[in-house]
Design a protein around this ligand. Sequence first.
Ligand SMILES: [Zn+2]
Length: 410
Amino acid sequence: MITVEMFPAGNGDSILVSFDHHIILIDGGYTSTFRDHLEPRLKALDAEGKRLSKFIVTHIDSDHITGAIDFIRKNGPAANPAIIGIDEVWYNSYRHLQFDDKEKGNFNGQLPDIQLQGGLESKEADDRGQLVSLPQGTSLGSLLLKNKYAWNSSFEGKAVKSDAPLKIKIGDGLSFTLIGPTSTSLKDLAEDWKVYLQKKFVGKLNDDDWFDDAFEMMMEEKRQAEMEADGEELEERLVAGSNDWVVDNSPEWKKQDTSVTNGSSIIFLAEYGDRKLLFLGDAIPGQVETAIKQLPLWNGTSLHLDLVKVAHHGAWPNNSPALIDMLQASQYLISTNGYRHHHPGLSTLARIVSTAGPLEKKSLVFNYSQGDRFSDLKLQEMRDKYHYDLVWPDVDEWGNGKDGYVRVEI
Ligand SMILES: [Zn+2]
């Protein structure tokens, strides 16, 4: 049996998938996700004698990595973990990006002389948007190095990436087919970072873990600045009128997400027995469409799945109609409380429920109820017409209860 648990990760992700005795953790959400939910859950697994086969941190954005940093910091040495043993971590950081040799150099132990001009202002937001300073030496990358975790060891310590579907055996009957990120998306991330780095830093790159810190901190700072500039994303309107609202009122899909960090997401298809689950991180739809068409399971029009973790918390720019139509899944996981970005896009949900497909019934699985935001989806006439179920956390009408956590079995 497969169980999938979505933890309260605010507007982010933290998902535990148990394929019988192979347990995979995908992303860590925020500090509160780890402290209040992940840590007790992982300790309970450890008490049962279990380990994590893989801890996959899809990309460096704070809604995925913050709780992961807390976890590794508290777990301590890989050889003597305080919470639970981890067989391998998948995570792409500074040292997995490609730089030209001419950009690399040797500091001869003189790092303090080459500090950033103007200082490094690093911040990470928790799920309430409060800013917390992050001291140097505590990035996920440097913690993994210091504590000697098996880091990207399936890839000989290099980047977790695939330019064509790459099947990796995880254990008895379980395999992952890696479909992203591509070399190009990691190159874009490297270029983006270099441009930002050059504004503050004079010197050459090397393998010192100082650069792992600087990479995470500066990308976070950059993302915060981008979000401040963007302001709040506008709420889409999807007004129920006739019983065809799900089709008629979906705004036209115009633009694709351009975030290079989202584009660097680790994305993969998990196959266990005859079950197929697709985890899309915060991926960019054009990249996913290309990769899916290369999968052996692609039948020319669709990919049949038991479950898909919908990309980027269901944001409309990450879920093109073409991509949604390509995926025919029984269960669609949507992890977000809607904070700040109004995720998921209502148009995404409308497209998912109305897309034509051979399935008898599909379920949309939410880990936050978000008040009455999805009330139109609950209409019985829509559910009868489009054959879908809604799965919500166990909360009362005032939102009290276990909002944020949902568990499904496959
Ligand atoms: Zn995210």
